[in-house]
Design a protein around this ligand. Sequence first.
Ligand code: CS2
Length: 490
Amino acid sequence: MLSVETLPAGTLIPHYDRSALRTRIVHIGFGAFHRAHQAVCADILAAEHNSDWGYCECGITLNNNGELFNALRQQDLLYSVTEKADDGLHTRVVGVVTQALYRNCDGIEKIISAMCQPDVAIVSMTVTEKGYCYQPATGQLNLDHPAIVHDLAHPEDPQSLPGIILAAIKRRRDASLPPFSVMSCDNMPENGHVTRNVVVQLAEQQDRQLADYIRQNITFPSTMVDRIVPAMTAEAFQSLSHKLGCADPVGVECEPFFQWVIEDKFVSGRPAWEKAGAELVADVLPYEEMKLRMLNGSHSLLAYTGYLAGYETISECMDDDDYQLAARKLMLDEQAPTLRTTGVDLVAYADSLIARYKNRAIKHRTYQIATDGTQKLPQRWLDSIRWHLRNGSRFELLALCVASWMRFVKGVDEQGKAFVINDPLRSELARLTQSSAEGEPRVTALLSLKEVFGEDLPDNSLFRDRVTHYYQLLLLSGAKAAVRQAIRAG
Ligand code: CS2
């Protein structure tokens, strides 16, 4: 258990009056990323600017036990964040959590009630792309999603993120409480619009007046979030305990870099995040696209081709000159031209990303980044491919990206060893791979996933041709050779 008294000298601990904090934000999804990103920002504000914005942290997943939340409660709602660079580390104990609620232990009713506390001005979330129950290719609510089907039948006992938010909005409206703003902190372009779509579309199915109320009263600011925060492993926890002198089961490790760009559109106020380094802007989309395509797009390239080649982490991929060059060329030659960003030096941005990827103190596993591919491909690669198809420009590395994902979802590495595919569409992927012959028929089968590739891409002969080319090359010569060829061809 984390014990503030015994932490090593130099650790930053909350010296501010925690009892003065009010629960003004309810956050859904207490994952490693949130703990090291938005919560740290709030902690800086409390420590340095007298902010009273505290967090109620909520976990809503059904298939999880409450160990994390139990540990957090046992530690007086404190946990540590350790920033790691090649030349040292720096730990802070975050003190802004005021409440912690876990669905499997406390029940959904307590979570909805927490969102209806009068002081709550913002409901935010990090639930990963699949938590929105949407169609990745269109951004629309998936009405066939089992959690949505459940919520339509039982709106008062919701399971899905849109259902939970909707129930709280309805209750606040009925109690004449002021509305909250709903802020997504997940890696999707226009994440505010996606959130608004799924919530309003669910409301439309249940109660038209509620949908109108949301349109008129609730805002859904978009955000671009950036910090590399690997999932903690048993090994990472062990080395963390060693450094802290005590165990911290809620602790996380991350890189020093932090970026948060927020659309300034809040109906009931917001923390002064800009005082802690966030950027408040009128339009986040150019930032989101830049980060999703250059950072996340190259991450996914390295994840699939790297995992296939036997590289366990992103920093190991950076030790291979071809992989480093492929990531940089993907960023600058195939992603940067598609962007609407102005006033940003994209070469410097690419260089800074490569430098961050080289951080050996951060063990960011290729296998972790490779999860949920069906939810990530459209915004990381496919929108850029559409841009190149419209503009008649080359997209060899992007074609390799799609082919390497197809090779990865076979679930067998280049040594013939089987591995598990983590993806909400994994049974569909298994059905498609098992029912198609290897080679071109496999490419055709996987392209038939309309929720990923839409209606247009599967019919585009140039796209099919380039993806099939790299897919065959991956089968024949392996990932390293395919990376080399795509660099030369690009
Ligand atoms: C990664 C991201 O796992 C992934 O898909 O690409 O989590 C990435 O590390 C963050 O978006 C960085 O801000």
